[in-house]
Design a protein around this ligand. Structure first.
Ligand code: AMP
Length: 538
């Protein structure tokens, strides 16, 4: 027997409609590139977003077309977040920290039809614009002068759309709404395609009480970029609830963020450990300078949050760090580290130990781990690769026949993270099965760097691996074996790599070695290298 509830599809326009209806006067705040503050209401945001939907339709964007953004966190990006899925098209956020080569590959692979670029990011766009095929380039002006000929200004595009004539998408909730490429650990980056349904369900559950406990009264500042897993879904979650949203624009240095937290009375903020480490240093060096009493939660994820950092914030500044785990493929919320009733009674030391773990699976997400002996017991010591499933977990990559075995035959996603699971469900990430390096929250592929280095005429072999860094968490280091009779300087190697990689990808250090340690099947043994250079401080 079928239930008799409405077949009401969970679509992104439903989120916007609620904000517009119930929270029209709440505000959205943006720090602009010139550091001035822009402030407007959900009413204005919704109108402009619908205008943009209508204008994009006029431009020829139809259902399923990809519209790319190369943008910082700001109010126009929020408008685009709703305008593109609002016409059944796909919002494709581009990571502005990637190299021009990667961006070229990603735009071409996604076959983006339109790209919307911040005027301040045109120098980056110039580096790959001739290698991509898009029918329109739209530029979000920042008042620093005219935009180049041939491009459409964001404001003039907007004014060509009539919000009143526009009917929002109300089709199948399983239709694609957004996409984000994950940096390939092997091979090329892969496209993750979120559906309207997955976004709505993820928005609902991200707010749940045992997690971030977000509500209408919150003032939320996502430091995490809107180009990285939709800023962890916060723009959707916050719009659904009508929270005040604060966007930092391109100003992500600790002083700018601290000032914004204080003046806007932010209650919840989210970012990677590197950001929080920088802020902790400033707070420690300037006792009493900032009044952060409004902040009730600082969400951290993307890399493991060091226990010392969690303790430092709590003990010295009375600020609560909330640790979560996720991936581009998991929308991203997978697990979150609230404390159970029992743990709340435990000694502070025990609580800190737990708070440094990645927490328990969010409702509707299921987890298990597997090693060579099968599914591992939840004993807190046996390690295995984490597998997850749930309504906002990827089931396949976009247009990628070779998914590298990431999806199991019985419908789970293999994360590549090595974990232990405790009897109470808390997971702890022990390592990654692949050897990517995560610097300041961004992936660096050791394999790509090695491939390039080994193209240098003086280099016989090169292995790239992570060394610890106080500021960036990890930095790449390269061990190289020289060809006989050859020599090379660090400057020459960097100059050789520079045209192909983002600057932050360049190795922090190089070490010449006689040979690269290898596994039984001839692969570079990164674990040995990491051990050898464990005390090398970047
Ligand atoms: P991305 O898809 O770029 O968001 O990266 C996802 C990866 O980041 C995961 O597979 C983990 O390896 C890592 N990661 C995310 N959150 C955490 C965390 N809280 N602790 C440790 N590693 C994390």
């Amino acid at each position: 027997m079928k239930g008799l509830m409405m077949d009401f599809h969970l679509t992104v326009p439903v989120i916007l409609r609620r904000a517009e209806t119930l929270c029209a006067n709440k505000t959205i705040v943006t720090r602009l590139p010139d550091k001035s503050i822009h402030r407007y209401t959900y009413r204005e945001m919704a109108t402009r977003s619908k205008q943009l939907s209508a204008a994009l339709k006029k431009l020829g964007v139809s259902e399923g077309d990809r519209v790319a953004t190369l943008c910082w966190n700001h109010y126009q990006h929020l408008e685009i977040y709703f305008a593109v899925p609002g016409i059944g098209a796909v919002l494709h956020t581009l990571n502005l920290r990637l190299s021009p080569d990667d961006l070229t590959y990603i735009v071409n692979h996604a076959e983006d039809k339109v790209i919307i670029v911040d005027q301040v990011l045109l120098p980056l766009f110039d580096k790959f614009k001739d290698r991509i095929k898009v029918s329109h380039v739209v530029v979000i002006e920042n008042g620093t002068g005219p935009i180049p000929a041939g491009y459409t200004g964001y404001e003039s595009l907007l004014s060509s759309g009539d919000a009143s004539t526009f009917t929002p998408f109300s089709g199948d909730e399983n239709t694609a709404a957004a996409m984000c490429y994950t940096s390939g650990t092997t091979g090329q980056p892969k496209g993750v395609l979120y559906s309207h349904r997955s976004i709505v369900l993820h928005s609902m559950l991200s707010a749940f009480t045992d997690g971030m406990a977000i509500g209408e009264a919150d003032v939320v500042l996502p430091v995490v970029p809107m180009f990285h897993v939709n800023a962890w879904g916060l723009p959707f979650t916050c719009t659904m609830l009508g929270c005040t949203q604060v966007f930092p624009g391109p100003h992500l240095d600790p002083a700018s963020l601290l000032e914004l937290y204080e003046t806007e009375k932010v209650t919840l903020t989210a970012g990677v450990p590197t950001i929080w480490m920088g802020i902790l240093n400033v707070l420690d060096a300037n006792p009493g300078k900032y009044n952060l009493s409004s902040i009730r939660c600082m969400l951290v994820g993307g890399s493991a949050a060091p226990r010392s950092m969690i303790v430092g914030y709590q003990e010295r500044h009375n600020l609560r760090i909330l640790h979560a785990w996720g991936m581009t493929e998991t929308s991203p919320l997978g697990s979150i580290c609230g404390l159970t009733a029992e743990l709340r009674k435990a000694a502070p030391e025990v609580q800190y130990t737990y708070r440094a773990k990645q927490g328990v699976a969010a409702p509707l997400v299921e987890m298990r781990a597997r090693n060579e002996n099968g599914i591992v017991p939840w004993d807190g010591t046996t390690m295995g690769e984490l597998e997850v499933r749930g309504p906002w977990i990827s089931s396949a990559y976009y247009n990628t026949p070779d998914d590298e075995g990431k999806f199991t035959a019985d419908g789970w996603f293999r994360t590549g993270d090595i974990v232990t699971l405790e009897a109470n469900g808390y997971i702890e990430i022990k390592d990654r099965s692949k050897d990517v390096i995560k610097s300041g929250g961004e992936w660096i592929s050791s394999v790509q760097l090695e491939g390039a280095l080994m193209g240098h005429p003086a280099v016989a072999e090169a292995a790239v691996f992570a060394i610890p860094s106080e500021k960036w968490m990890e930095r790449p280091m390269a061990a190289i074996v020289l060809k006989e009779g050859k020599s090379v300087t660090v400057e020459e190697l960097n100059t050789f790599l520079e045209p192909h990689f983002a600057k932050f990808w360049l190795p922090e250090a190089y070490e010449t070695v006689k040979e690269i340690p290898k596994t039984s099947v001839g692969k570079f043994k990164k674990s040995t290298l990491r051990e050898m250079f464990r005390n090398y401080k970047a």
